[in-house]
Ligand binder design. Structure first.
Ligand code: FPP
Length: 227
């Protein structure tokens, strides 16, 4: 039987559409979306999948109305406040990719606290991408590589300068809500990812949908450029 993916990455799209379809506010859509994150983490723990990356806030999301940006960070604060103890107990390790110096001070403190309190956990690494853009990550890595290494640099050495060097490559990249693009998400890490798109909006994604994505992944034959 084909192997399970080790690293799943998710572009969580469609919170707004889910809310609009129900006559709810966009914030309610993001709130429902944060509940989907909890369900996903629980399911990955059951499946023993050790790495997940979540596109929670992109460098482009600052273009949204201030009120929506504030609401998203408020929900992130709530998420950490209400679930951190559970994450600690369940063995989830929170790590962050992205420049969090630009986040509201409270949110920055919350996420740093979450990374510290879960640092010893080993069952599932949950990489929250916050104020994250893949091009910015690659440019930052190139700058660090220039200043910190002399002469030639290999792909392996370059990787050390990414936000989370110890994350393995992405095996399966899932995007919800019908759009079929990468939107500046983990371009380095997704070089050989299998892409899976579903019409469902993020808030309505459940364990069975994750199973379907994994089943499709296991049917694909990965060649990594070989035969
Ligand atoms: C995409 O939906 C979603 C986002 C831009 C933000 C993702 C945020 C969350 C899941 C909630 C925040 C909470 C935590 C814990 C990170 P969209 O608004 O682009 O949907 P649309 O395309 O239908 O408008």
């Amino acid at each position: 039987m084909a192997e399970l993916p080790r690293h799943i990455a998710v572009i969580m799209d469609g919170n707004g559409r889910w809310a609009e379809e129900r006559g709810l506010s966009r914030t309610e859509g993001h709130r429902a979306g944060s509940e989907t994150i909890e369900r996903l983490l629980d399911h990955l723990l059951r499946l023993k999948i050790p790495y997940v990356s979540l596109y929670a806030f992109s460098t482009e999301n600052w273009r949204r109305p201030k009120s929506e940006v504030r609401a998203i960070f408020g929900l992130l604060d709530e998420f950490v406040e209400s679930r951190l103890q559970k994450l600690v107990k369940k063995g989830v390790r929170v790590v962050i990719s992205g420049d969090i110096s630009k986040l509201p001070a409270k949110t920055r403190g919350q996420v740093l606290n979450a990374t510290r309190l879960t640092a010893k956990n080993r069952r599932l690494v949950a990489n929250f991408c916050l104020n994250y853009g893949a091009r910015a990550e690659i440019v930052r890595a190139a700058m660090l590589a220039c200043t910190q290494s002399r002469g030639k640099i290999t792909e392996r050495q370059f990787r050390r300068f990414l936000w989370q060097p110890s994350l393995p490559d992405i095996d399966l990249l899932v995007r919800t809500a019908g759009e079929q693009r990468l939107s500046n998400f983990m371009l380095w890490q997704a070089a050989y990812a299998e892409l899976y798109f579903t019409q469902k909006n993020w808030p309505e994604l459940g364990p069975r949908d994750i199973d379907a994505a994994i089943a499709e992944f296991r049917r694909r034959r990965r060649k990594f450029g070989g035969l």
